[in-house]
Design a protein around this ligand. Structure first.
Ligand code: SF4
Length: 213
């Protein structure tokens, strides 16, 4: 796991996650479905950040660098948030905990596989509970939306994001703001849904200014 020095009470959990080999040694669907490479969990736990970025799973480039969103998707996400790289990678500002911590490999068509199904049951509840100061969850993509939004999720990703105000109006905390995955694959989606840039992004940036600066 991406490690940043400094004791903050989370180092024990970080070390446990870093050492995780579940998908390699004990995959849920049998050894034929094992992770096709050595695990390299990539997540940033934070004791101080008030914003949690709940993404999908690392791609190959992130697997190699060990830095979350160290790719074109990350560039687009930073543009959405209106933050530069040093700000984005300051763990006092942003926690980054994807639905699967390790690069899952490719399917037969060469696309990234979905997040490993072992990961959220093994780690997510503990990781989220260890960060009670989080006030805003950015649920990036349908896997994170399913976990963080539960029954308030709509019939598909578009409708879930279109109704983004629902997650912000919820009583208690954290608030949840659904976002599409910032992948180039969603460029057409962004063009077709003009309200995303016109209405959602200004509110996202306003909240980031409030919570991360
Ligand atoms: S994806 Fe999650 S559960 Fe699987 S090996 Fe990596 S850290 Fe462990």
């Amino acid at each position: 796991m991406k490690a940043v020095s400094g004791e903050d009470g989370l180092d024990g959990l970080r070390a446990e996650i870093s050492a995780c080999r579940i998908c390699r040694d004990a995959p849920l669907r049998g050894i034929a479905d094992r992770l096709p490479h050595e695990p390299r969990p990539v997540a940033v736990l934070s004791a101080r950040a008030r914003v949690l970025i709940a993404g999908q799973a690392p791609g190959l480039r992130v697997h190699e660098s060990g830095l979350p969103f160290d790719d074109a998707s990350g560039d687009r996400l930073r543009q959405w948030l209106d933050v530069d790289r040093p700000t984005f990678y300051d763990r006092d500002r942003f926690a980054i905990v994807p639905m699967g911590f390790c690069f899952p490999g490719y399917d037969a068509k060469g696309s990234d596989l979905p997040p490993r199904r072992e990961c959220a049951p093994a780690w997510r509840e503990r990781a989220i509970s260890a960060m009670p100061q989080i006030e805003l969850v950015l649920a990036v993509g349908s896997y994170a939306q399913a976990w963080h939004m539960g029954a308030s999720r709509r019939e598909n990703m578009t409708e879930t994001v279109r109704n983004w105000r629902d997650g912000l109006a919820k009583e208690g905390r954290p608030a949840v703001l659904p976002l599409p995955h910032p992948s180039w694959r969603n460029t057409g989606w962004i063009r077709r849904n003009g309200w995303f840039e016109e209405e959602l992004l200004p509110e996202l940036r306003r909240r980031i200014k409030m919570l991360a600066f």
